[in-house]
Structure formats: C-alpha cells, structure tokens
Design a protein around this ligand. Structure first.
Ligand SMILES: Nc1ncnc2c1ncn2[C@@H]1O[C@H](COP(=O)(O)OP(=O)(O)O)[C@@H](O)[C@H]1O
Ligand SMILES: [Mg+2]
Length: 442
C-alpha cells in the first residue's frame, strides 16, 4: 500500500487500520516505544514530542514540550493522530489525558485524578492503608516541626519522602538520624522540590530486593508484564544517590509465578479496584515499585506510566505488536488480547554523564554507537542526546544499551561488550547490573 493511502483518519479505534502515532517525551523509554511501534505493520506517521537524537532517526521529532498539553492536542488534531502515548509522569499529573479526551482524541495514559496514585505519595499511602495493600507503615506531615519530632522519636533507619513529583530524587532512605534530619530540612525548609514537599511521608525502612511490576490496564481488565529489576542508586553495590534508574533486567529470574500471582491478587487488583471505587478508574500502565521483604512483597510507591529503563528492556522482549496492545488498553478490549513475550532475557545498561544525578556537563560528543549495535542482540536507545553537527550529550542519562540473550549472563555479556564500544568524556555506568540475580545462581 502506498504511504499516502495509509493516512486514514481513524479516531475511534484500532482494528486493522493504519495509525498515525504521537509519543510524548524525550527519554530512553520513548525511544524504545518508538522503536517498537515503528515495527508495527499498521504504523502510519510516527512523531515524538520533543524526542531526542535517537528518535529523529525513526520518527519525526516535534518541538513541543511534553507538558504543553494544549499545544500537543492541537498538533494531534492537525496531523490526524489516531493514538497518542504518554511517556513521562508530569504531563499525566498536569492532565494531558483529560485535555486530549475533551477534544475527542485517543490517548494512552490515566486521567489527572487517576495519575494521583503517582503524583501524590500521600494519596497513594492512604489508598493502600484503606484497602489493606501491603506497604511500609507511615505518617504524613505538613509541618517541619512535627515531622522532625517524629523522626527523632522514631530514630534511624527511616525513610523520608516528598509526596509530589521530584524527578526520582525526592525519596531519602536514611541510615542515620542526621541524614533524616537533613532530608526533612531539604524538603520542608529549603523547599528543594517546591510544592512537591508540601506533604512529607515518613515511613519504615524496608529491607529486601526491589522489583518493578507493570500492569497494562484498560479500566476493567489488567495484564501483568514480566517482572523487571531497576538499579536506582548511581554507584555499584547500590551506593550513592538515587537516580531515574541506571539499568534493568527482565524478567527477574527468581520471582516465581506464584509470587507474581500473589502480587496481582494482593496489590495490583485491589489498587485498581480502589481507584475505580473512588471514581478514578485507571487506564494505561500501572507500575508499582515493590520491596520483596521477609513478610512478602510491599509497595514502595506507584507510578502511573511505564518505567524508563524497564521499558527499554521490555520492548526487546515483547512479541505482540505494541500498537495492538496500546489500542486494546485505550479501547477497553484488553480481555480479547493475548500479549506474547519472547523467551530469554533482556537487559539495559544506562550510560550517564559524569556528575549525574548532580550537576553535569552537556554537549559532549558521543562515539561508538554504530560499532556497539554490530554486536548481536544489541540495540542502543537514546535518552539525553541531541544532534547538531554530530551526536552530543544533552542530559544526565545519555544512552540505554540494551541486549537480549537466551540466558541473563549472555544478555549482560553482550550489553557490556557494547558499552565498551561507546565513548563520551566522563561517561559513567554501573558495572553490576543484574549481578544480584547472577550471584543467586541464575
Ligand atoms: N520504605 C523504604 N525502605 C527502603 N528503601 C526505600 C523505601 N522507600 C523508598 N526506598 C528507596 O528509595 C527509592 C525511591 O523511592 P520511591 O518511593 O520509589 O520514590 P521515587 O521513585 O518517586 O523517588 C526506592 O526505589 C528504594 O530504593
Ligand atoms: Mg520509584
């Protein structure tokens, strides 16, 4: 079929129709989604707003900010976009889905009120308490004085969190009382995260490995994706400050089907039911972050979107056409769809700018991606990159080097071999992605 014949307007639905797609965001997650959608036999025009130096090779980058909901909706109407996919958290919290829906535009993601499950940790904690969903015991504070008094009484280890969105930097797991006091001062007095710190959660420190759960939801039905494990702290051995994620493995080999069923029954379903009961039915991707404690899985927080480094691994494993999956979610037809995954493992190793998650330099030339992608099973997704005279860095997390393999070790070997091909000044990455699972004998 000629390209022009494909450009039908198809506001209402999926089926066999060709679709023009708009992806909102500019990270590795968005590049991975674009990469997978570009392989759909039904793909028409593919746009990413604002996109990055990698998405420009497979889609058209549009210079509209991810948080400019009205600008994005205008673009979608003008360009006969059949489906818009929201990557990041803040457009959801600002109500991009509501704006699109009020224009009769199809969009993948939760409404503003449903996205509160991520945008307000206080809301999420209260919902968990009311619905008996396992999570760390907690208190919520609005006054620094009372939070400080409580923290002093309770002692360390303890966790202090800004309730609102804080670019993955607002949670402080504190091993000492001094650290907890400093966290409270940063959030509540210095206002490091502005209004995101209006409410503060102080909660029990949980021990155990972290697992990312992703559930696709159409408002009625939900389907679990494979488990994934992110590596949040910047340095090997989970040392240093938390980041937006330094690398993932999927699936997590030691999480059994039985555990996953329990997570579904005790966490995912009750959460979706509670949201529906509150008049906030959830469509899109619900991503609870879990700690696997001795007492069982407990929720650390919810995200209302795909995880960034997780999605880079997921897209390497997904067999089903992603467009079919997203259409089914938006159209409430998830029950009719069998989502299939390739066997084996996928991993993602994030290459970050020196200094990240603190201050870092930008516009540093990047080389070696072509060589890296010659290694079998390797695909490099871009995050903080831009293309001017040549490819350069433009953000903290720069690239996601992904690889698939029959075994976890094989996937890791390929990914790290690819990493060695890539160079930019002061590049940093974790050398122990997947190491916990390997040490457990997988
Ligand atoms: N109760 C807790 N006990 C131990 N570690 C925690 C706890 N809550 C959060 N963390 C750590 O802090 C990280 C970030 O916390 P999270 O609640 O996911 O907030 P965000 O992702 O919004 O920064 C988690 O991935 C986990 O490593
Ligand atoms: Mg988190």
């Amino acid at each position: 079929m000629a390209k022009t014949d494909k450009q039908h307007i198809n506001k209402k639905g999926g089926g066999t129709m060709i679709s023009n797609i708009l992806i909102i965001g500019s990270g590795g997650r968005e590049h991975a989604l674009a990469w997978k959608l570009a392989q759909s036999p039904r793909i028409g025009k593919l746009y990413v707003a604002p996109g990055n130096g990698g998405t420009r090779d497979i889609a058209e980058n549009i210079a509209i900010e991810a948080t400019d909901a009205r600008g994005l909706a205008r673009f979608a109407e003008k360009n006969s976009i059949n489906l818009t996919v929201v990557g990041p958290d803040d457009p959801l919290a600002f109500g991009v889905v509501d704006v699109f829906q009020s224009h009769g535009l199809r969009i993948f993601g939760p409404t503003r009120v449903a996205a509160q499950i991520e945008a307000s940790k206080a809301f999420a904690k209260r919902l968990m308490r009311d619905s008996d969903i396992p999570t760390a015991p907690f208190r919520i504070f609005r006054k620094h004085e009372s939070a400080l008094e409580y923290v002093r009484k309770h002692g360390a280890p303890i966790v202090v969190k800004a309730s609102g969105l804080a670019l993955g930097k607002g949670a402080y797991p504190c091993k000492t009382l001094a650290k907890a006091e400093k966290a409270l001062a940063e959030i509540m007095l210095e206002r490091a995260y502005n209004q995101a710190g209006n409410e503060v959660i102080v909660e029990e420190f949980l021990n155990g490995q972290e697992v990312s759960i992703h559930a696709l939801c159409d408002g009625k039905t939900s389907i679990l994706l494979p488990t994934a494990q992110d590596h949040k702290p910047i340095f090997d051995g989970d040392k240093g400050k938390n980041t937006g994620g330094m690398g993932t493995i999927a699936p997590v080999p030691w999480v059994t089907d039985q555990t996953l069923r329990e997570v579904n029954e005790q966490i995912v379903r009750p959460t979706l039911q509670a949201l529906t009961k509150k008049g906030k039915p959830f469509t899109g991707c619900l991503y609870p972050g879990l700690k696997m404690t001795d007492e069982g899985p407990k929720v650390l927080e919810y995200n209302a979107r795909f995880g960034d480094p997780e999605t880079q691994s997921y897209m390497r494993l997904l067999k089903t056409d992603l467009l079919d999956v997203l259409d089914a979610c938006v159209d409430g037809k998830l029950a009719d769809l069998a989502v299939e995954w390739n066997s084996g493992f996928a991993v993602c190793v994030v290459l970050a700018s020196g200094g990240y998650p603190g201050k870092y330099k930008k516009e540093i030339p990047i080389s070696g991606i072509t060589e890296a992608e010659k290694i079998p099973g390797v695909v490099v997704f871009h995050a903080g990159t831009m293309c001017s005279d040549q490819l350069r860095t433009s953000g903290g997390r720069v690239l996601g080097v992904t690889a698939i393999g029959k075994t976890l070790q094989k996937a890791l070997d390929r990914a790290y071999e690819a990493v060695r091909q890539i160079k930019f000044k002061d590049m940093q990455y974790r050398k122990d992605i997947g190491a916990k699972a390997i040490a457990m004998g997988f």
